[in-house]
Design a protein around this ligand. Structure first.
Ligand code: NAD
Length: 502
């Protein structure tokens, strides 16, 4: 990983010498090589399950930013001039190289985020591989437009790349979301500065190793490390960077939009959510109970698409509550590295404490805790890990802060509704609009609600059913723009129309 080094700044070794032979150092990747940042500043990288540091992250500053911008600018003319077929083959090579070491990637993702290894194996890493393969296929099919005009004129719409673009991603699905941006950006011919979350830099560093190993032309992808408030903002504000594709909190999204505004940069913002799950009595909820529990607690509730407000038709409320709580109680909470674990640790101590505060506020707002509501202490090496019990709360007033604000952790509320109108009103009564799930057997009701639910993505009788061709994104405070399919390729290109007189 990166350059192995004992580094400065003493760190306790995580568990045993055999687990991590030396404290590793994750370095930025600039111009086709790993570099030591000039400032020498480093922060610790933690394993959430043990609460212990296991590596160091070298932080980038102005010198590394300028070096990365220069490398990306140098790479751009050649990279953008290559045929889309050639760029597609590079994406396929990247996918193959990740696949060849998929298990190491899954282990790293699980270690660095606290997510169950089963989830990293089934979701994160396969999806990162799929992202590169998907955009390799997509760029081959991404055609320029042609219109025949009056008098035999020709109208063409070309789609040249933007130039150097900035990509900033969060900690919850590190490689999955970073590759979801890198793949379309470079497929379209851009060169990039990519910044993973400073909390979860390991798989981004492994991805840089893949680039070095396969010989991806220098400067096409540069990976910069460090906090959003420093290097993140510097990427956003750099005059050479033509567009920012950001996934993260609404708070940071606003800051980015404000900083990008003076230079009128193109922006794609995938932000927070407070997604409702509507369960009607006629819906297939009994047979999809496992899915419903996953929709609430997958990745410890730290997926932007998780349903954090369960709205249940009053006639089945008690029955649903019992069945749901039984299934939540059966979740296997434990060491993320154990393949049987279904529920792991939260990403950081600070995040755990924010979740604790959110649950304290829910209590103060009149919520009754049906399960969870506390930090968990697991045995052995996990004793100081950042575990929080899956938590279900009921009895919250619709307009309280808990029902309106994103928690982004293993906390969901359960509320009964009398009829479709009340369900809709409650579902829409938030400033967010990312996704919603609806469980009903009534097609006409599904169609009525699909037209009126305020969200960018709706699932009927399912959750997180993804197809990489469809637009991904939210409305209201959940974001701006769409990722996925040709939408992403349109974002990473500039439409240029040309009219030719005969
Ligand atoms: P965050 O906004 O704190 O950080 C996200 C990334 O942005 C990190 O790399 C961070 O270093 C950087 N950053 C932070 N402030 C910045 C700034 N002012 N300028 C530039 N960069 C900045 O979010 P997080 O805590 O890492 O992730 C959780 C949030 O992400 C939740 O709100 C969640 O809903 C959201 N999210 C949204 C989606 C989506 O597709 N809509 C997907 C996953 C996560």
């Amino acid at each position: 990983m990166g350059e192995a080094s004992a580094g400065r700044g003493k760190l306790d070794l995580p568990h045993s010498e055999s687990d991590f032979a030396s404290v590793r150092l994750f370095l930025p990747y600039i111009g086709g090589g790993f570099v030591e940042p000039e400032s020498g500043e480093r922060i610790a990288v933690f394993e959430p399950a043990s609460g212990k540091p296991y590596a160091e992250l070298a932080l980038c500053g102005a010198a590394e930013l300028e070096a990365a911008v220069a490398a990306a600018s140098r790479a751009f003319p050649d990279w953008s001039a290559r045929s889309s077929e050639e760029r597609a083959r590079w994406l396929e090579r990247i996918a193959e190289a990740i696949e060849a070491r998929a298990e190491a990637f899954a282990a790293a993702e699980s270690r660095n985020t606290g997510k169950p290894i089963a989830l990293a194996r089934a979701l994160d890493i396969p999806r990162a591989i799929a992202n590169f393969r998907f955009f390799a296929a997509a760029i081959r099919q991404f055609a320029s437009e042609f219109y025949e005009g009056a008098g035999g004129a020709w109208h063409l719409v070309l789609r040249p790349p933007l130039g150097v673009v900035g990509l900033i991603s969060p900690w919850n699905l590190p490689l999955y979301l970073l590759s979801w941006k890198i793949a379309p950006a470079i497929a379209a011919g851009n060169t990039v500065l990519a910044k993973p979350s400073e909390l979860t830099p390991e798989t981004a560093t492994m991805l840089a190793e893949v680039f070095a190993e396969i010989g991806l032309p220098a400067g096409v992808v540069n990976i910069l490390h460090g906090p959003g408030e420093t290097i993140g903002r510097m990427i956003v504000e750099h005059p050479t960077v033509r567009a920012i594709s950001f996934t993260g909190s609404t708070r940071a999204g606003r800051d980015i939009a404000a900083r990008a505004a003076p230079a009128l940069k193109k922006l794609s913002l995938e932000l927070g959510g407070k997604n409702p799950t509507l369960v009607f009595a006629d819906g297939p909820w009994q047979e999809r109970l496992d899915l419903l529990v996953r929709s609430a607690f997958a990745n410890q509730g730290q997926i932007c698409l998780c349903g954090s407000r369960l709205l249940v038709e009053a006639s089945i409320y008690r029955e649903f509550r019992e069945a749901f709580l039984n299934r939540v109680a059966a979740l296997r909470i434990g060491d993320p590295s154990d393949p049987a674990t279904e529920f792991g640790a939260l990403v950081s101590e600070a995040h755990l404490s924010r979740v604790e505060q959110a649950v304290a506020r829910a209590r103060a707002e009149g919520g009754g805790i049906l399960c969870g509501g506390m930090r968990l202490t697991l045995p052995g090496r996990l004793a100081e890990g950042w575990f929080y019990a899956p938590t279900v709360i009921e009895g919250l007033p619709p307009d309280c802060a808990t029902e309106r604000e994103e928690i982004f952790g293993p906390v969901v509320s359960l509320s009964p509704f009398a009829d479709e109108d009340e369900a809709l009103c409650r579902a829409n009564a938030v400033d967010y609009g990312l996704s919603a799930s609806l469980f009903t057997a009534d097609l006409r009701r599904a169609m009525r609600l699909a037209a009126r639910l305020q969200c960018g993505m709706l699932w009927v009788n399912t959750w997180m059913l993804r197809d990489l061709r469809v637009p991904f994104g939210g409305i209201k405070n959940s974001g701006l723009g769409r990722e996925g399919g040709f939408e992403a390729l349109r974002f990473f290109t500039e439409a240029r129309s040309i009219g030719i007189a005969p």
